[in-house]
Design a protein around this ligand. Structure first.
Ligand code: AMP
Ligand code: ZN
Ligand code: FE
Ligand code: FE
Length: 309
C-alpha cells in the first residue's frame, strides 16, 4: 500500500465554549466570530453565563465568514452541594420554552445576587463599589450578565493596592469562602437537562476536572484518581439526562483528555471540548486553540447534533 506522506489531512476544528461581553468575557460577540474565522474554525458556540443575548450579533458575524454558529449558554447547576457548570447547545429562539424560562429565572436571580453582594461589600467597608461601577467593567451597558469577575475588576480599580491579585480578591471576598460570598439560585443537572430536552437542546458537563478536583494538589491528580472520581459522576449524570462531557479543555493534560474520552464513551456521553475563552478576563487563552494545543475535531458537533431529542 502506498504511503501518502505529507497528505495527512488535519481535519476541521471547532470551539464549543466561549464567553463574550454579554457575560464575563471582554470581547464582543462579533469580535469572537472574527477570532473564530481567523483561527480557521469550522464551527463555534457562544456560551455566555445564563444568557443568549449575544447570539444574533454572533451568528451574523459567523455567517458572514462561513463559520457555523451554535446557540448556547453556560448554566451554574448544583450537584451534590457543588457548583457544577453545564453547557447547553442548540437552544431554540422560543422565549417561552422551558429552557429560555430557566435561563431568564437564573439571570434574574443573578441581578438579585449582585444587589446583595453590593450591600454586603458596603457592610464590609467597600462602599465605593456600586452597581454602576461594576457595570463600567462590563462596558457600561444595562444588559448582559454581570458576574463576580466584574466585581473583582471594580474592586481592583476602586481600591488600588488593597489586594495583591485578583485571586486575592476572590479568596478574601468573592469566592465561596470569602466574606462577601452570596449564593446564587441553583438548579440540578437533571432539571437543566430536562428543560434542554424539551427545547430540542442538549446539555454537556463543563470542565469536569476543575469542578471535581480543584481542591486536589496537582501531584495528587493522577489518572487513577481522576477515573475514580469522574467515572461514577458521569454515569450518574448520564442517567439524569446529560448528553456530553467536556474532554478537550485547556487545563486538561493530553492523558487526561484521552481518559475522559474513554470514560465519556463508557457512560454513553459525547466527548466535547472548548477553550472557555474570556478575552482579557482569562489571559493566555485563544479562541479555538486554548493555550495553543487545543484541537476539538468538528465531528463532535455532528455527534452532539445526533443526540438532540
Ligand atoms: P458568577 O457566575 O458571577 O458567580 O462568577 C463566576 C466566575 O467567577 C467564574 O466563572 C470564575 O471566572 C470566577 N470565579 C469564581 N470563583 C473564583 C475563585 N475562587 N477564584 C477565581 N475566580 C473565581
Ligand atoms: Zn465565565
Ligand atoms: Fe465554567
Ligand atoms: Fe465558561
Amino acid at each position: 500500500m502506498r504511503r501518502r506522506a505529507g497528505s495527512v489531512r488535519s481535519g476541521a476544528v471547532i470551539d464549543l465554549h466561549c464567553h463574550s461581553t454579554c457575560s464575563d468575557g471582554t470581547d464582543s460577540p462579533a469580535t469572537i466570530a472574527r477570532l473564530a474565522a481567523d483561527a480557521g474554525l469550522s464551527g463555534i458556540a457562544l456560551t455566555d453565563h445564563d444568557t443568549l443575548e449575544g447570539f444574533d450579533e454572533f451568528a451574523a458575524g459567523c455567517a458572514a465568514r462561513g463559520v457555523r454558529a451554535v446557540r448556547g449558554a453556560e448554566i451554574s447547576c448544583l450537584d451534590e452541594g457543588r457548583s457544577t457548570h453545564v453547557l447547553c447547545y442548540f437552544v431554540s429562539d422560543d422565549p417561552s420554552s422551558a429552557l429560555c424560562t430557566l435561563l431568564a429565572t437564573l439571570h434574574g436571580d443573578r441581578d438579585r445576587r449582585n444587589e446583595l453582594l453590593v450591600a454586603r461589600l458596603h457592610e464590609l467597608g467597600y462602599d465605593r463599589v456600586t452597581l454602576d461601577e461594576v457595570r463600567r467593567e462590563a462596558g457600561g451597558t444595562e444588559e448582559g450578565s454581570l458576574g463576580r469577575p466584574h466585581f473583582a475588576s471594580a474592586i481592583d480599580r476602586l481600591y488600588p493596592g488593597r489586594f495583591e491579585s485578583r485571586q486575592a480578591i476572590f479568596d478574601g471576598l468573592l469566592g465561596t469562602g470569602g466574606g462577601a460570598y452570596i449564593q446564587k439560585a441553583r438548579v440540578s443537572v437533571a432539571e437543566a437537562s430536562a428543560a434542554a430536552a424539551a427545547d430540542g437542546a442538549v446539555t454537556v458537563l463543563a470542565h469536569p476536572l476543575i469542578t471535581v478536583l480543584s481542591s486536589l494538589p496537582d501531584d495528587q491528580r493522577t489518572l487513577d484518581v481522576v477515573e475514580a472520581r469522574i467515572a461514577p459522576l458521569l454515569s450518574r449524570l448520564a442517567d439524569d439526562g446529560l448528553v456530553g462531557v467536556e474532554c478537550w479543555y485547556p487545563r486538561h493534560g493530553e492523558a487526561e483528555t484521552e481518559l475522559l474520552r474513554r470514560l465519556a464513551s463508557e457512560s454513553g456521553l459525547v466527548a466535547t471540548g472548548g477553550s472557555d475563552y474570556h478575552g482579557a478576563n482569562k489571559p493566555g487563552l485563544s479562541v479555538g486553540t486554548g493555550t495553543g494545543s487545543l484541537r476539538v475535531p468538528d465531528d463532535v458537533l455532528d455527534a452532539l447534533e445526533a443526540r438532540r431529542p
